[in-house]
Design a protein around this ligand. Structure first.
Ligand code: AMP
Ligand code: FES
Ligand code: ZN
Ligand code: ZN
Length: 305
């Protein structure tokens, strides 16, 4: 297999783009693709401080790497969730983030927030005592992560929070939302969520990057990452839809991309608009000051009651 650009040995076949690339040209293509997404959606500029939420996985570490390589002021945020499940999941993830820094970007800044030492309980322990999520910690975990990301972004004066969500993640969520015609969720599923009422801006620079491309980038650049996904994500509906979409992709390369990017075009043309109920007023939580649509206390503060 030969590189479409230089004729050298190709390391990856990007069927949906009809491109085969060698290691150097793939890294170059990957950075260009990310830059183009940042520009298309006016995500941030080189003078902005960006907070990259890093989980120790391939997507977020590749994202942090490519942003630094592109010259952005990208600092990392790792949230220790206290998930062990016999594989030391959280400890290993933090280890990967630290190794990434030491090996690739010793000058970069990593913020670490440990849920257990700050709030006194691990996520799985907290989830066992709450009705939210019915024993599965994912809902509680998502809520806690969003709260902490927002707090760190706000306190540190960051222009945006960047997450490693890739095209496979977004297409799977889109499929789920479409099959259930969740119009509110559809309206909010965007590469950029603007800042509002004290909620920091959120951006997803990898919405055009396939999961296997983020993995290939990490591999080619020698970035070590945690291969295990969160033990609680096994058998999740998102993974089910990802498998379905991959079957589709196998028969028709580009189907996944077409499905998601076409949705964005329809969305951006204003054909999917926020229902009034989705624009609910927000007010600051009495305890933490973060915006909430609920009562006096936000959902995060009520968790620890
Ligand atoms: P997930 O929901 O696990 O697919 O993760 C989606 C994105 O959230 C990742 O790409 C990261 O940007 C971010 N993220 C997930 N877990 C963490 C964590 N423990 N600390 C910081 N960011 C995280
Ligand atoms: Fe939070 Fe899995 S439960 S990452
Ligand atoms: Zn080449
Ligand atoms: Zn609160």
């Amino acid at each position: 297999m030969k590189c479409s650009k230089c004729g050298g040995m190709a390391v990856i076949n990007l069927r949906q783009h009809r491109l085969r690339l060698c290691a150097d040209h793939f890294v170059e293509w990957f950075a260009t693709m990310t830059q183009r997404t940042i520009d298309t959606y006016s995500m941030f500029t080189p003078t902005d401080k960006v907070l990259v939420a890093v989980s120790g996985g391939k997507d977020s570490l590749s994202l942090w790497d490519v942003l630094l390589e592109l010259g952005y002021q990208a600092q990392g945020l790792y949230i220790g969730l206290g998930i062990d499940e016999k594989i030391g999941y959280s400890d290993q993830s933090l280890d990967m983030c630290r190794r990434f820094l030491a090996d690739r970007h010793p000058g970069a800044v990593l913020h670490v927030v440990d849920v257990t030492s700050e709030y006194g309980q691990t996520i799985p322990a907290l989830a066992r005592t709450r009705r939210r999520g019915l024993g599965k910690p994912c809902a509680v975990c998502g809520l806690v992560k969003r709260h902490i990301m927002n707090r760190v972004a706000r306190d540190g004066g960051f222009a945006a929070i960047a997450t490693g969500h890739n095209l496979d993640d977004e297409a799977a969520v889109l499929m789920q939302n479409t099959l259930h015609w969740q119009t509110g969720y559809l309206a909010r599923q965007a590469p950029v969520l603007e800042e509002r009422d004290g909620l920091a801006r959120k951006v997803k620079p990898f919405v055009r990057i396939y999961e296997r491309e983020a993995a290939a980038y990490a591999l080619v650049c020698g970035i070590e990452y945690i291969y295990d996904e969160c033990p609680f994500a096994k058998g999740s509906t998102t993974n089910f839809y990802k498998d379905l979409l991959n079957q589709l992709e196998l028969n028709s390369p580009g189907a996944k991309q077409q499905f998601y990017l076409q949705f964005l075009r329809v969305r951006d043309s204003g054909q999917i608009a926020l229902a009034d109920a989705e624009k609910a007023e927000m007010h600051p939580c009495r305890r933490c000051g973060q915006p909430t649509t609920a009562g006096e206390l936000c959902a995060f503060c009520r968790l620890w009651e």
